[in-house]
Design a binder for this molecule. Structure first.
Ligand SMILES: [Zn+2]
Length: 261
Protein backbone atom coordinates (compact mmCIF):
# COMPACT_ATOMS: atom_id res chain seq x y z
CA UNK A 1 0.00 0.00 0.00
CA UNK A 2 1.44 3.25 -1.11
CA UNK A 3 -0.56 5.80 0.88
CA UNK A 4 -0.81 5.86 4.63
CA UNK A 5 -4.28 4.87 5.98
CA UNK A 6 -7.25 6.43 4.19
CA UNK A 7 -5.22 9.06 2.32
CA UNK A 8 -5.77 7.58 -1.13
CA UNK A 9 -7.09 10.21 -3.49
CA UNK A 10 -9.69 9.67 -6.17
CA UNK A 11 -8.28 12.35 -8.43
CA UNK A 12 -4.80 13.07 -9.67
CA UNK A 13 -4.24 16.18 -7.62
CA UNK A 14 -0.74 15.80 -6.26
CA UNK A 15 2.23 17.73 -7.57
CA UNK A 16 5.45 17.04 -5.66
CA UNK A 17 7.57 20.10 -6.44
CA UNK A 18 10.78 18.79 -4.87
CA UNK A 19 12.07 15.23 -4.94
CA UNK A 20 15.36 13.42 -5.60
CA UNK A 21 14.40 10.27 -7.49
CA UNK A 22 17.92 9.87 -8.87
CA UNK A 23 19.08 9.14 -5.28
CA UNK A 24 20.63 5.70 -4.82
CA UNK A 25 18.22 5.01 -1.94
CA UNK A 26 15.62 4.37 -4.68
CA UNK A 27 17.81 1.84 -6.52
CA UNK A 28 15.90 -1.39 -7.00
CA UNK A 29 12.46 0.09 -6.30
CA UNK A 30 12.50 3.29 -8.40
CA UNK A 31 10.52 2.30 -11.50
CA UNK A 32 7.95 0.23 -9.68
CA UNK A 33 7.45 3.01 -7.13
CA UNK A 34 7.10 5.80 -9.72
CA UNK A 35 4.54 3.84 -11.75
CA UNK A 36 2.56 3.00 -8.61
CA UNK A 37 2.59 6.63 -7.41
CA UNK A 38 1.37 7.91 -10.76
CA UNK A 39 -1.48 5.38 -10.73
CA UNK A 40 -2.48 6.54 -7.25
CA UNK A 41 -2.89 10.30 -7.37
CA UNK A 42 0.58 11.72 -8.02
CA UNK A 43 0.03 13.75 -11.17
CA UNK A 44 3.44 15.41 -11.57
CA UNK A 45 6.84 15.34 -9.90
CA UNK A 46 9.77 17.73 -10.16
CA UNK A 47 12.94 15.84 -9.38
CA UNK A 48 15.98 17.97 -8.51
CA UNK A 49 19.60 17.31 -9.35
CA UNK A 50 22.52 18.11 -7.04
CA UNK A 51 25.43 18.10 -9.53
CA UNK A 52 26.26 17.20 -13.16
CA UNK A 53 26.07 13.40 -12.82
CA UNK A 54 22.85 13.66 -10.84
CA UNK A 55 21.48 16.04 -13.52
CA UNK A 56 22.12 13.46 -16.26
CA UNK A 57 20.22 10.83 -14.24
CA UNK A 58 17.44 13.27 -13.42
CA UNK A 59 16.98 14.24 -17.08
CA UNK A 60 16.86 10.61 -18.15
CA UNK A 61 14.09 9.96 -15.59
CA UNK A 62 12.22 12.93 -17.07
CA UNK A 63 12.69 11.45 -20.54
CA UNK A 64 11.36 8.07 -19.44
CA UNK A 65 8.26 9.36 -17.67
CA UNK A 66 5.86 11.99 -19.03
CA UNK A 67 4.82 13.06 -15.54
CA UNK A 68 8.36 13.71 -14.32
CA UNK A 69 10.07 17.07 -14.81
CA UNK A 70 13.65 17.96 -13.98
CA UNK A 71 15.53 20.75 -12.23
CA UNK A 72 19.27 20.91 -12.81
CA UNK A 73 21.82 22.63 -10.61
CA UNK A 74 24.77 22.38 -8.24
CA UNK A 75 23.79 21.87 -4.59
CA UNK A 76 26.01 23.64 -2.00
CA UNK A 77 26.96 20.25 -0.49
CA UNK A 78 28.13 18.98 -3.89
CA UNK A 79 30.75 21.55 -4.81
CA UNK A 80 33.48 18.88 -4.79
CA UNK A 81 31.82 17.41 -7.92
CA UNK A 82 33.49 20.28 -9.83
CA UNK A 83 30.41 20.58 -12.05
CA UNK A 84 30.61 23.92 -13.84
CA UNK A 85 27.86 26.44 -14.37
CA UNK A 86 28.46 26.05 -18.12
CA UNK A 87 27.58 22.36 -17.81
CA UNK A 88 24.39 23.33 -16.00
CA UNK A 89 23.61 25.80 -18.78
CA UNK A 90 23.95 23.02 -21.36
CA UNK A 91 21.83 20.55 -19.34
CA UNK A 92 19.16 23.20 -18.69
CA UNK A 93 18.39 23.42 -22.41
CA UNK A 94 16.65 20.01 -22.18
CA UNK A 95 12.93 20.35 -22.92
CA UNK A 96 11.92 18.65 -19.64
CA UNK A 97 14.07 20.99 -17.50
CA UNK A 98 11.70 23.39 -15.70
CA UNK A 99 14.01 25.00 -13.13
CA UNK A 100 17.55 25.62 -11.94
CA UNK A 101 17.95 23.65 -8.71
CA UNK A 102 18.76 22.53 -6.24
CA UNK A 103 21.00 25.50 -5.57
CA UNK A 104 21.69 27.63 -2.52
CA UNK A 105 23.74 27.91 0.65
CA UNK A 106 24.33 25.43 3.46
CA UNK A 107 26.35 26.59 6.47
CA UNK A 108 25.13 23.73 8.65
CA UNK A 109 27.53 21.09 7.30
CA UNK A 110 30.39 23.45 6.61
CA UNK A 111 30.93 27.17 6.55
CA UNK A 112 34.64 27.22 5.70
CA UNK A 113 33.81 27.60 2.00
CA UNK A 114 31.24 30.38 2.28
CA UNK A 115 32.76 32.46 -0.52
CA UNK A 116 32.76 29.55 -2.97
CA UNK A 117 29.19 28.59 -1.99
CA UNK A 118 28.02 32.17 -2.57
CA UNK A 119 29.82 32.42 -5.90
CA UNK A 120 28.34 29.14 -7.25
CA UNK A 121 24.87 30.03 -5.97
CA UNK A 122 24.91 33.55 -7.37
CA UNK A 123 26.15 32.48 -10.80
CA UNK A 124 23.33 29.91 -11.04
CA UNK A 125 20.74 32.53 -10.03
CA UNK A 126 22.08 34.74 -12.83
CA UNK A 127 21.87 31.75 -15.21
CA UNK A 128 18.23 31.12 -14.23
CA UNK A 129 17.35 34.75 -14.95
CA UNK A 130 19.12 34.57 -18.28
CA UNK A 131 17.20 31.40 -19.24
CA UNK A 132 13.95 32.74 -17.76
CA UNK A 133 13.67 29.68 -15.48
CA UNK A 134 12.66 29.64 -11.79
CA UNK A 135 15.19 28.71 -9.08
CA UNK A 136 14.73 26.03 -6.41
CA UNK A 137 16.68 27.30 -3.42
CA UNK A 138 18.17 25.42 -0.47
CA UNK A 139 18.98 27.57 2.58
CA UNK A 140 20.26 25.92 5.72
CA UNK A 141 21.53 28.22 8.45
CA UNK A 142 22.39 30.80 5.79
CA UNK A 143 19.27 32.98 5.86
CA UNK A 144 20.85 36.42 5.55
CA UNK A 145 23.34 35.56 2.77
CA UNK A 146 20.59 33.70 0.86
CA UNK A 147 18.26 36.65 1.13
CA UNK A 148 20.98 39.08 0.06
CA UNK A 149 21.64 37.19 -3.20
CA UNK A 150 17.91 36.76 -3.90
CA UNK A 151 17.26 40.47 -3.30
CA UNK A 152 20.11 41.42 -5.61
CA UNK A 153 18.93 39.33 -8.59
CA UNK A 154 15.19 38.90 -7.93
CA UNK A 155 14.77 35.51 -9.63
CA UNK A 156 11.39 33.79 -9.80
CA UNK A 157 11.33 30.60 -7.78
CA UNK A 158 10.84 28.87 -4.46
CA UNK A 159 12.64 28.72 -1.15
CA UNK A 160 12.34 25.00 -0.53
CA UNK A 161 11.93 23.27 2.84
CA UNK A 162 11.48 26.67 4.40
CA UNK A 163 13.06 26.87 7.84
CA UNK A 164 13.18 30.61 8.49
CA UNK A 165 11.08 32.97 10.55
CA UNK A 166 7.76 34.58 9.66
CA UNK A 167 9.65 37.79 8.85
CA UNK A 168 11.90 35.97 6.40
CA UNK A 169 8.88 34.32 4.77
CA UNK A 170 7.40 37.78 4.27
CA UNK A 171 10.62 39.01 2.63
CA UNK A 172 10.51 36.04 0.23
CA UNK A 173 6.87 36.77 -0.61
CA UNK A 174 7.74 40.42 -1.26
CA UNK A 175 10.31 39.25 -3.80
CA UNK A 176 7.52 37.42 -5.63
CA UNK A 177 8.86 33.99 -4.65
CA UNK A 178 7.11 30.92 -3.23
CA UNK A 179 7.55 29.02 0.05
CA UNK A 180 8.05 25.24 -0.21
CA UNK A 181 6.63 23.19 2.67
CA UNK A 182 7.50 19.55 3.23
CA UNK A 183 7.37 16.85 5.88
CA UNK A 184 9.14 18.99 8.50
CA UNK A 185 5.80 20.76 9.17
CA UNK A 186 4.58 17.50 10.77
CA UNK A 187 7.57 17.21 13.12
CA UNK A 188 6.87 17.89 16.77
CA UNK A 189 9.74 20.39 17.01
CA UNK A 190 8.54 22.48 14.03
CA UNK A 191 7.12 25.12 16.35
CA UNK A 192 7.64 28.08 14.00
CA UNK A 193 5.89 26.48 11.04
CA UNK A 194 2.21 27.15 11.91
CA UNK A 195 3.07 30.83 12.36
CA UNK A 196 4.94 30.89 9.04
CA UNK A 197 2.16 29.08 7.15
CA UNK A 198 -0.45 31.44 8.53
CA UNK A 199 1.62 34.41 7.35
CA UNK A 200 2.03 33.14 3.76
CA UNK A 201 -0.82 33.79 1.28
CA UNK A 202 -2.09 30.42 0.01
CA UNK A 203 -1.23 31.42 -3.54
CA UNK A 204 2.46 31.36 -2.54
CA UNK A 205 2.61 27.91 -0.94
CA UNK A 206 4.06 24.85 -2.66
CA UNK A 207 3.94 21.22 -1.49
CA UNK A 208 7.05 19.09 -1.61
CA UNK A 209 8.67 16.01 -0.08
CA UNK A 210 12.47 16.28 -0.59
CA UNK A 211 12.24 12.49 -0.81
CA UNK A 212 14.01 10.14 -0.10
CA UNK A 213 14.68 12.42 2.89
CA UNK A 214 12.41 14.11 5.44
CA UNK A 215 9.51 11.64 5.57
CA UNK A 216 6.65 13.20 7.56
CA UNK A 217 5.41 11.87 10.90
CA UNK A 218 4.68 9.03 11.66
CA UNK A 219 7.21 7.85 9.05
CA UNK A 220 10.05 10.14 10.13
CA UNK A 221 13.42 8.54 9.35
CA UNK A 222 11.94 6.07 6.83
CA UNK A 223 12.38 6.14 3.05
CA UNK A 224 10.18 9.01 1.91
CA UNK A 225 8.27 9.13 -1.41
CA UNK A 226 5.77 11.47 -3.05
CA UNK A 227 2.76 9.56 -1.63
CA UNK A 228 3.62 10.80 1.86
CA UNK A 229 2.87 14.35 0.71
CA UNK A 230 -0.72 13.62 1.78
CA UNK A 231 0.39 13.86 5.42
CA UNK A 232 2.04 17.23 4.82
CA UNK A 233 -1.08 18.54 3.06
CA UNK A 234 -3.22 17.27 5.94
CA UNK A 235 -1.11 19.14 8.48
CA UNK A 236 -1.26 22.39 6.47
CA UNK A 237 -5.03 21.92 6.11
CA UNK A 238 -5.33 21.66 9.91
CA UNK A 239 -3.23 24.77 10.45
CA UNK A 240 -5.25 26.81 7.93
CA UNK A 241 -8.67 25.34 8.72
CA UNK A 242 -9.14 24.14 5.14
CA UNK A 243 -9.67 20.69 3.66
CA UNK A 244 -6.74 18.61 2.50
CA UNK A 245 -8.00 18.48 -1.07
CA UNK A 246 -8.37 22.26 -1.06
CA UNK A 247 -4.67 22.49 -0.14
CA UNK A 248 -3.84 20.11 -3.01
CA UNK A 249 -5.89 22.11 -5.51
CA UNK A 250 -4.53 25.52 -4.52
CA UNK A 251 -0.88 24.50 -4.31
CA UNK A 252 -1.25 22.59 -7.57
CA UNK A 253 -2.26 25.78 -9.37
CA UNK A 254 0.75 27.55 -7.85
CA UNK A 255 3.13 24.82 -9.03
CA UNK A 256 1.69 24.83 -12.55
CA UNK A 257 2.09 28.59 -12.76
CA UNK A 258 5.61 28.82 -11.38
CA UNK A 259 7.10 25.89 -13.31
CA UNK A 260 4.94 26.32 -16.41
CA UNK A 261 3.74 22.68 -16.19
ZN1 LIG B 1 16.31 18.64 -1.93
Amino acid sequence: MIYPDECKLCENLIIDTHAHYDDEKFDGVRDELLIELHKNGVDKIITCAVDGISAEKTLSLAENYDFIYAAVGIHPENLESKTTVDEIRRLASHKKCVAIGEIGLDYYWTDDNKDLQKEVFESQVILANELDLPVIVHDREAHSDTLEILKKHKPKGVLHCFSGSREMAQEIIKLGMYIGVGGVVTFKNARKMPEVINAVPIDRLLLETDCPYLAPEPYRGKLCHSGYITLTAQKIAEILGRTRDDIFCRTRENAKKLFNL
